[in-house]
Design a protein around this ligand. Structure first.
Ligand code: ADP
Ligand code: ZN
Length: 520
């Protein structure tokens, strides 16, 4: 019954033939009044999961979203379809806000989009509670999690929703949440026995490619030459770099536009509109650009700098290929990125605990950059999804990297982990291996160990890279609960007994030396 009505709405109002993936199940669960946690990749079609039940159930559906631009776009689109939708946010005049409040009170709104800080005002909560609410959808739900990668203080207050609207099914939606973030979302939003929808995160039409930065501009222009007359995004870390890169591309005849939060709003809007309307705009942007941009034929995403985590990388590259056609995600990175990101972290006002989380995520990303097996598998595994060992559509599958056997180094590292009692993070283990005379070494008497100083001949950067690759290859686990302490795994025991060999991918560690040896 319910699902028939949903399908009719999909076809008649939206003009689509059929539901995709888990949409219909997610809709049905809301129609039946259940709370839910919906994980779907970007472009997976999350909006319909709440828009349709909001229209079919009695009352107004409330959608909480952190992004004003995204609210406006969705409301405009809904109105064009004849759905009575509105939004409330700080960009409106008092009169406009009053008009919407009146419409709501008269029961005329099918959907109301609202920013969290607005919703949480006691006055707003009070009048919203005075009318029937069909459902509440929390978009970008990972923002409620401190473990997630985009924590927003305003989202924490959403824990009161369940108290104020006990009757309304609560739907939490996100495109990025590992197991731990999912748990945190459920707890913080007080979801009541939620139904969980977990779509595969694989984006098979996106080809992943990561390379070490040599001459970033040269690498970019070479890449763009293979993407003539296509739309794409080039991400840079700083505003300055956005501007200089865009300018340079324009001078090379590319239809490039800059976008970052420091540009005037009107200019940002113009550039965004041009990106949406023209076929071949290359948007050079900071991460301020992209959330909520629904352009199906973005053919590539190029990272000039390392993003801050794999979640961020996945989300940013996910903007390519929403139409399902072949697309490319290309990243160049260098050791300077790591230094800079770490420095930004150190200087940021986050709590120590939060910084730990971020450092941990940065390391996981680096490990993934240096991966020696299928990149897609590595990415999906990171999101706790099983995946085949060969995808045929990533740089590693297409041309396996050169590795060298480094079993002895790996054994040195693992025994240092073992001898120090599996209680320390990478930094200390590296100090022990390199025989450094630090406070921590003295405090624990680690200068007495047989592994003390056995790795003197190699740089700290090299050992850190060995550590990351040991983690990525499953020879070490990084116990976050214990402040990043490294512990041995089943695999590591086999490696220590030389029943397995360890292959190392020379990457960030000693790029100069590598260059010299290849140029001879
Ligand atoms: P998300 O919020 O998960 O990133 P959206 O809800 O914005 O994704 O949907 C992405 C695109 O897919 C939109 O253009 C949307 O209209 C389209 N879409 C969603 N569901 C369907 C469907 N069942 N059939 C066809 N197109 C769909
Ligand atoms: Zn692959």
């Amino acid at each position: 019954m319910n699902s028939e009505a949903a399908l009719a709405l999909l076809q008649n109002t939206y003009g689509y033939d059929a539901f995709r993936g888990q949409q219909s199940l997610a809709i049905e669960s809301a129609l039946n009044g259940h709370d839910s946690l919906i994980l779907m990749p970007t472009g997976g079609g999350k909006s319909l999961c709440y828009q349709i039940p909001a229209q079919l159930r009695e009352g107004t559906g409330i959608v909480i979203s952190p992004l004003i631009a995204l609210m406006q776009d969705q409301v405009t689109a809904l109105r064009e379809l004849g759905v009575s939708a509105a939004y409330l946010n700080s960009s409106q005049t008092l009169d406009e806000q009053k008009a919407i409040t009146r419409q709501f009170a008269a029961g005329e709104l099918q959907m109301l989009y609202i920013a969290p800080e607005r919703l949480l005002k006691p006055k707003t909560l009070a009048y919203l509670s005075s009318q029937p609410i069909s459902l509440i959808a929390v978009d970008e739900a990972h923002c409620v999690s401190q473990w997630g990668h985009d924590f927003r203080q305003d989202y924490l207050g959403l824990s009161v929703l369940k108290e104020h609207f006990p009757q309304a099914p609560l739907m939490a939606l996100t495109a990025t949440a590992d197991q731990r973030t999912q748990q945190e979302i459920e707890q913080r939003l007080n979801l009541q026995s939620p139904v969980r929808f977990n779509a595969s995160f694989d984006r098979p039409n996106i080809r992943y490619h990561v390379s070490v930065r040599q001459d970033a501009r040269k690498q970019l222009i070479k890449f763009l030459a293979q993407h003539k007359n296509e739309a794409g995004i080039v991400y840079c870390l700083s505003r300055k770099k956005v501007e200089s890169t865009a300018e340079w591309l324009v001078s090379r005849g590319v239809n490039a536009l800059p976008y970052h939060a420091g540009l005037p709003a009107s200019l940002r809007e113009t550039h965004q509109q041009r990106f949406l309307r023209e076929d071949d705009v290359v948007m050079v942007a900071t991460i301020a650009f992209g959330m909520g941009i629904d352009k199906p034929d973005v053919r590539f995403v190029f990272h000039m700098d390392l993003p801050k985590s794999l979640e961020a990388y996945y989300q940013e590259t996910g903007r390519a290929g929403r139409d399902g056609a072949a697309s490319e995600a290309h990243m160049v990175y260098g050791l300077q990125d790591v230094v800079r990101l770490n420095q930004m972290l150190t200087e940021s006002p986050m709590s120590e605990q939060q910084k730990q989380v971020e450092r941990h995520k940065l390391n996981a990303l680096l490990g993934w950059c240096e991966i020696t097996h299928c990149r897609r598998q590595g990415l999906l595994n990171y999101f706790e999804e099983e995946a085949p060992t060969f995808c045929g559509n990533c740089d590693i599958c297409l041309s396996p990297p050169k590795t060298r056997e480094a079993t002895t180094e790996a054994q040195m590292f693992l025994s240092a982990v073992y001898r120090t009692g599996q209680r320390f993070g990478t930094a200390h283990i590296v100090d022990v291996l390199r025989g450094l005379d630090t406070e921590k070494v003295k405090q624990h008497g680690h200068e007495q160990l047989s592994t003390y100083g056995i790795g003197k001949h190699l740089s700290a950067a090299h050992w850190q890279s060995i550590a990351r690759q040991l983690i990525v290859q499953g020879y070490l686990s990084n116990d976050f609960e214990r402040f990043g302490a490294l512990t041995l795994t089943e695999n590591s025991r086999a490696l220590l007994r030389s029943e397995k060999t360890f292959h190392y991918r020379e990457q960030l560690a000693e790029p100069q030396q590598r260059k010299k040896s290849t140029s001879r």
